[in-house]
Design a protein around this ligand. Structure first.
Ligand code: PLP
Length: 443
């Protein structure tokens, strides 16, 4: 019997009791290779001594002080760490407790920025289908997951969605990746004209789409064109790096690899690596100044803004990534993992695509490779893979709706930045058995 809400699933979950490096350990002593960090959270793995001692030291000194009365040393140090490494122009940080809060904050910040400039008409947000930005009502409104949104209509604020940049499914046979990227980006211009440029406050997108589509990197040139379109119409570009940011793709911020900087960037998950709940919103100096020189205050706030212990943990995570040169390991092991997955699944009849960046990799499963036809959702392929992987002692993050928001299955992999060749061999071996076992069970 579990009193923990909202565990409605009939599945019985093991009780996690310990963590060591890339492994989680349950109450019965079983070890699980954590190949997805839960949902791309545990960037340093579990029980990292530098982070544990930073948390202990901070709690000994000061666990929490309300941001309405004080700032704190760890929140100032963490903000400086983030800003001094951020894409050009991002100069201020607003701390929150997770990804949904970060995106909720970003949407309100964008809205208030336009209000302060006297552009009251800008209240509409454009986002993309098959995206996820969080479960609070504002974040859910811009999210493109039909299933998650449906029960909460008509509470959600108006937002509209363009097609994702998803080469495997949408690139035409006679089109280069670059040409496809530009065509996909131009859907934003069409949508802006449809709703009226003077009504649009912002465009929000994940640079590398995570949970809703199984790690989909953009086509080359896509985000450069998106940036141009936003600039042309005075629309703020908000990049959601909650899942793909903080080193996961091999650069600290994922958008660095696309050669652009947003007006607002959100991050969470890998920021604190799961050691504490924390998220952050990075904003441009001009957004900050517009509000500072206007009404003087962002109409927003949460009790745990800049929580001292959470900031100390995140600072220790981020400093460890730097001192141990873990971004280089992400790139190195990311390449090795891709090669191992290609070797194991490259000719697999039901693996249609293997894609990603760094240690952020997705496998898309299909009923048939040539037609890319997805499996019938009633077969519950992704749920079966999750169950089989757990039985193998492997944590991966399978999901559905991959092909078109309703049908399709994928497996998302996001192992910790500390992994090496032995972990990769174990991961691919166990994943192979889980996928094949699930497929044969489904018939
Ligand atoms: N944005 C993205 C891209 C995410 O993947 C998630 C969570 O999976 C969120 C936002 C929401 O973050 P949280 O669950 O911390 O509220």
């Amino acid at each position: 019997m579990s009193y923990v809400f909202p565990r409605h699933s009939k599945a019985r979950y093991p009780v996690a009791c310990g963590g060591q490096g890339a492994y989680l350990i349950d109450r019965d002593g079983r070890r699980y290779l954590d190949a997805s960090g839960g949902a791309a959270v545990s960037s340093l793995g579990h029980g990292h001594p530098a982070v544990v001692s930073a948390i202990k030291a901070q709690v000994d000194r000061l666990a929490y002080a309300h941001s309405g009365f004080f700032t704190t040393e760890p929140s100032e140090a963490l903000a400086e760490h983030l800003v001094t490494r951020a894409p050009e122009g991002l100069a201020r940080v607003y701390f929150v407790s997770g990804g949904s809060e970060a995106n909720e904050t970003a949407l309100k910040l964008a809205r208030q920025y336009h209000l302060e400039r006297g552009e009251e008409g800008r209240h509409h947000f454009i986002a993309r289908q098959q995206s996820y930005h969080g479960n609070t009502l504002g974040a859910l409104a811009v999210g493109g997951s039909v299933a998650r949104r449906a029960p909460f209509q008509p509470l959600l604020m108006p937002a509209s969605h363009i097609a994702p940049c998803y080469a495997y499914r949408h690139q035409a046979a006679d089109e280069t990746e670059e040409a496809y990227g530009l065509r996909a980006a131009d859907a934003l211009e069409v949508e802006i004209q449809r709703v009226g440029p003077e009504t649009v406050a912002g465009f929000i997108a994940e640079p590398v789409v995570g949970a809703t589509a199984g790690v989909v990197p953009p086509a080359p040139g896509y985000f450069k064109r998106i940036r141009e379109i936003c600039d042309r119409h005075g629309i703020l570009l908000i990049l959601d790096e909650v899942m793909c940011g903080m080193g996961r793709t091999g650069s600290l911020y994922a958008c660095e690899q696309d050669g652009i900087a947003p007006d607002i960037l959100t991050c969470a998950k890998g920021l604190g690596g799961g050691y504490q709940p924390i998220g952050a919103v990075l904003a441009s100096q001009s957004i900050y100044d517009t509000i500072a020189e206007g009404s003087g205050a962002f109409e927003h706030g949460f009790t745990y803004i800049g929580h001292a212990t959470a900031c100390a943990a995140a600072l220790a995570v981020q400093q460890t990534i730097e001192t141990d040169d873990l971004l280089a390991n992400v790139r190195r092991q990311g390449t090795a993992l891709r090669e191992a997955l290609d070797a194991r699944f490259g000719n697999h009849h039901h693996v249609g695509d293997i894609r990603g960046r760094g240690l952020f990799i997705g496998l898309e499963l299909v009923a048939e490779r040539a037609s890319k036809e997805p499996f019938d959702p009633d077969l519950k392929i992704n749920a079966k893979i999750k169950q089989r992987a757990m039985a193998e002692g492997l944590i991966c993050y399978p999901g559905g709706g991959t092909a078109d928001g309703r049908r399709g299955d994928h497996v998302l992999l996001a192992p910790p930045f500390i992994i090496g060749p032995d972990h990769i061999a174990e991961l691919v071996d166990k994943l192979g058995r889980a996928v094949d076992g699930a497929l044969s069970e489904a018939g």
